[in-house]
Design a protein around this ligand. Structure first.
Ligand code: SF4
Ligand code: FES
Length: 239
């Protein structure tokens, strides 16, 4: 295979005045991923390069980054699909810790604000079950694959424009899943939380979130459903 030039954004906030790019030449192998190339750089050329990852299987959600201008999981992005020049940058909308490694705190702060956990309606020791073939199940199941990678958050122009004062696609999708769950006892409280000044009505429906999600989730659809539920509630209709 042809050699590949990997241009990586380098930045150490405490010592560098501004970010800069460093290019490494690597010899790719078949099925090699962008994450593999970063490990190769660390092993053979520069051990100080920093980035985040864990599972290397598309499951943990830690290896999100900008690859050739688009948010992707680096462990699921094959080098052969990108050509001979690859540009790797940290995710947008997050503070850089070092190089490609970002601080995920803004994302998980938003997550926390929507009360992201199930609140049972009744105090019981029994599991509350919705059968797998029930219609209600389909609404909930659709978005439970979220791996909290933050790629939708980094792609969201409203998060950028409002300097983080928007809950963002993933947190709102999580909230909608719980609001739509008939077993949940915090529906109304949660709906108020996600329709305030940082909530669903701030979404401009740009749609980048659904373009980048590696799990095929459509946060924009969930956000739209939150808006509809809030309008119904305001009109005194059943939500
Ligand atoms: S909704 Fe998709 S892009 Fe957003 S955090 Fe979850 S898995 Fe990642
Ligand atoms: S390393 Fe876990 S999703 Fe990529």
């Amino acid at each position: 295979m042809e050699k590949v030039q990997v241009s990586v954004m380098r930045y150490e906030p405490e010592t560098d005045e501004s970010p800069y790019y460093e290019t490494f030449e690597i010899q790719p192998k078949k099925n090699m991923t962008v994450l593999d190339t970063l490990f190769l750089i660390v092993e053979d050329q520069d051990a100080s390069l920093s980035f985040r990852c864990a599972c290397r299987l598309g499951m943990c959600g830690t290896c999100g980054m900008m690859i050739n201008g688009r948010g992707r999981l680096s462990c699921r992005t094959k080098v052969e699909a990108l050509g001979s020049e690859i540009k790797v940058e940290p995710m947008r909308n997050f503070p850089v810790i070092k190089d490609i490694a970002v601080d995920m705190e803004p994302f998980f702060d938003s997550w926390q604000k929507v009360q992201p956990y199930f609140v049972p309606k009744e105090d019981t020791d029994e599991f509350s079950i919705i059968p797998h073939d029930d219609k209600a199940r389909q609404v909930i199941d659709k978005n439970t694959d979220c791996i909290t990678c933050g790629l939708c958050y980094q792609s969201c122009d409203v998060v950028s424009m409002r300097d983080g004062e928007f809950l963002g696609p993933a947190a709102l999708t999580r909230a909608h899943n719980l609001i739509a769950d008939e077993r949940d006892g915090a529906t109304h409280e949660r709906l108020e939380k996600v329709t305030g000044s940082e909530g669903a009505f701030e979404c401009h429906s740009f749609g980048a979130c659904m373009e980048v999600c590696p799990k095929g989730i459509n946060p924009m659809e969930s956000i739209q459903k939150i808006k509809t539920k809030k309008l119904k509630k305001t009109l005194g209709l059943k939500i």
